[in-house]
Design a protein around this ligand. Sequence first.
Ligand code: OAD
Length: 232
Amino acid sequence: MNDVRTIVILTGAGISAESGLATFRGPGGLWEGHRVEDVCTPEALARDPALVHRFYDLRRAALREVAPNAAHLALARLDADWAGELLIVTQNVDDLHERAGASRLLHMHGELTSALCAGCEARVRWPDPLPPGAACASCGAPALRPDIVFFGEMPYEMERIERALAGCDLFVSIGTSGAVYPAAGFVQLANHYGARTLELNLEPSGGSGWFDESRMGAASVLVPAWVEEILR
Ligand code: OAD
């Protein structure tokens, strides 16, 4: 891969699984114990804010019990050592990439450690439990909600992501089932613009057929091996 200069990486819940955070789909997944419509839609927030806030409070608290694993650390090493352009786009709302040291990073589905004002759209750091009706420091409205992109809402920074996909030589997808758009369509977009595409996942995903190459296994093994290979 000597000709690679510009890399876009997409990560999903599978990269944090070995740190002890549940993925969404499959046995024991978050969406097995909860109906998406109850905790991850604007309608759910309007209907039962206490339930939605409690769901994300528990997940925010769980971050304190976990640490980045070898896959997060390998991507942070790539971020530090890669001389070309790099963008890590994560669907994850945990903070394990940044705690590992990655900085060329964006959270397209929001962040557990941040709150969003439903009134003025200000985003503020929020490490603690978030009670419904907490006031926004910018506009004063009692409208702070979890800074999570709910189903039916537009993910963050789509223009920047699409620009990066259009200009990259290599697109790598790690630990995602390819079940949720627009992220699930990034491989097709990257293909369309002529990038090589590589998937690193525990098992074949919804998007596997689109990748030039798919490697199956645990992220903590596959990601450090691939980073070693690309930096060589
Ligand atoms: P999923 O739970 O849908 O998929 C996780 C993927 O990771 C599956 O394909 C697993 O096989 C794989 N996996 C599990 N353990 C792994 C390991 N140790 N190493 C490598 N791969 C592993 O999670 P996402 O694809 O991230 O959105 O889900 C996408 C979006 O759906 C989430 O961002 C969330 C959810 O609804 C919102 O909340 C807005």
